[in-house]
Write a protein that binds this ligand. Sequence first.
Ligand code: AMP
Ligand code: MG
Length: 365
Amino acid sequence: MTKTKTTIWQANSKYNENRINPSNNEQNFFELTEAAEVLREGGLVAFPTETVYGLGADARNSEAVAGIFKAKGRPSDNPLIVHIADINQLDELVLPYSQLAKSVMDRFWPGPLTIVLPVQPNKLSSLVTATLPTVGIRIPDHPVALALLRLSQCPVAAPSANRSGRPSPTLAKHVLDDLDGSIAGIIDGGPTGVGLESTVIELEGERTIRILRPGGITEEQLIEAFPEAIILNDRESDDGIEQPRSPGMKYTHYAPKGDLEVVQGTADDVISFIRAQVVLVAKENKKTGVLAFSERIGKYEADMVIDLGSEKQLDEAAQRLYAALRQFDEAGVQCIWAEACSKEGIGGALMNRIVKAAGQRITLV
Ligand code: AMP
Ligand code: MG
């Protein structure tokens, strides 16, 4: 791939579009205007959102969208999520939708929830939808992302800004580690919020919400907001036979370079198992790593032990997960054991990502 120079724009995550004069807002506005111009001209721009960093391109421009697939090394049958700044942009992109869809948008947008809707023909590049009759759309809840989307005045296709198969980026540095020289620029807005990707849902009729991918909006939040609705979870294919409705779910995502195994059981059993495994593998002169919660972190000795925070604060663990997986990679750790956690709340998405990173390897002890 031809190397281009990747521009780094700075933008404060507390950026306030409505207050251009004071403090450094003016400089942020200048930088964001430049980034938006690059987007409009067909360039690839990585930007912070409240989930992870996204790699954006004008969703109407096939050449620009093809650039995303190329830069990421992403399979072309995995559709991209389209980001908009305002619900008024929606009608041009999708066919008429249900009242349930409208209520879900009203409740959760802007926010980490992607809704799959029937696409309006010929409005978006067919590469975005991977030729599906539907498109996944969301309004992100991040001032920098929203400002960029408004200034660019185009729907922006944006998957996570990592090379495919690598953990999603939660810092600008992660984006540069993966994509420096192959994208036009990146807006550095500091660490992202949730740290995991958006929840992807599809609506069936006026009553059913199907979760295609767990993420930033939890199942509990959906149930609470729509107590009358039937909430289903798409079954994931482990063996590749069953075709998941969300094409991306069939790929091994978020994998660290070392072998990762998730260990589930009572605290004492998990500790003994992991400790024994570390000793065994260290004898083979392999570099070992443990990913654990603060409650038990002192129990482990390995080449690298990373604390995800308290298991009572899983939102913090979600923020830390991808950076931790990248740290193991950088240190060349070859075998990693991760403690399992509760699937309640954001724990559902967290376990989904950890288990995926482990290629479904869970050991029950
Ligand atoms: P990423 O862009 O890496 O966050 O991944 C986007 C996820 O949304 C993938 O799992 C896609 O398969 C899923 N997705 C995007 N568009 C659609 C769609 N039209 N129908 C079903 N799933 C979709
Ligand atoms: Mg991704």
